[in-house]
Design a protein around this ligand. Sequence first.
Ligand code: HEC
Length: 205
Amino acid sequence: MNNAPAIFLGVFLVFASAWLGLIFAPYAQLSGLAPVVPAEGGDAYPRPLGGLAAQGRVIYRVNGCIYCHSQQIRSERFGTDIARGWGPRRTVARDYIYDSPHLLGSMRTGPDLANIGARQPSAQWHHRHLFNPTWTSPGSIMSPFSFLYETRKIVGQKSVDALPIPKGYPLADGYEIVPSDHAKALVAYLQALDHTTPLPEAEEQ
Ligand code: HEC
């Protein structure tokens, strides 16, 4: 008996239904998404990241922040993200139209960062936290990213970027710790993470 046509048809149907479900249906639903412009005027949302923040996104990727941090707020119906104060609303597909490759993350060893720019706008806080997480968050298990900072001799005046050093930290007199360009870009990216603009499709039914 020659089963070749039936096998071929079966294989074709398997691939066709996978393509329809995983490629075509999401494309038809989401490809038309565009930024929204508020009726009263003002900036469209979302917007592409600016220069320094866009560079910082690369630093976020290469340093593996995604292994411990997500960037997605779940609906009130599926978790406690909103109750924890991680954002005022759930995130939806439109929030990510410029986020490529997306950095949604799947692990939450640390808090969600989708709105960290709104929750913690201070650059100095971020620098101190990245240099040594326990300075701002006692008991933190986050890995320090002190290699993004430079310890150098103060020449003339102290730098305006120099980190305030806690008492007891072994830093020789006449030295300061300053952020590298990579650290500055990373913090610009963290400050730009803000998905708090209301979107109609994000409202809970
Ligand atoms: C090994 C896991 C781990 C990695 C890798 C990691 N973090 Fe964290 N992060 C944590 C934990 C745990 C906390 C909570 C304690 C704290 O605030 O330090 C945290 C907290 C934070 C916070 C404060 C969040 C808040 O809501 O207060 C920021 C911002 C942050 N991390 C940024 C980063 C960035 C940027 C990177 C990459 C350069 C990174 N983290 C890599 C585990 C991690």
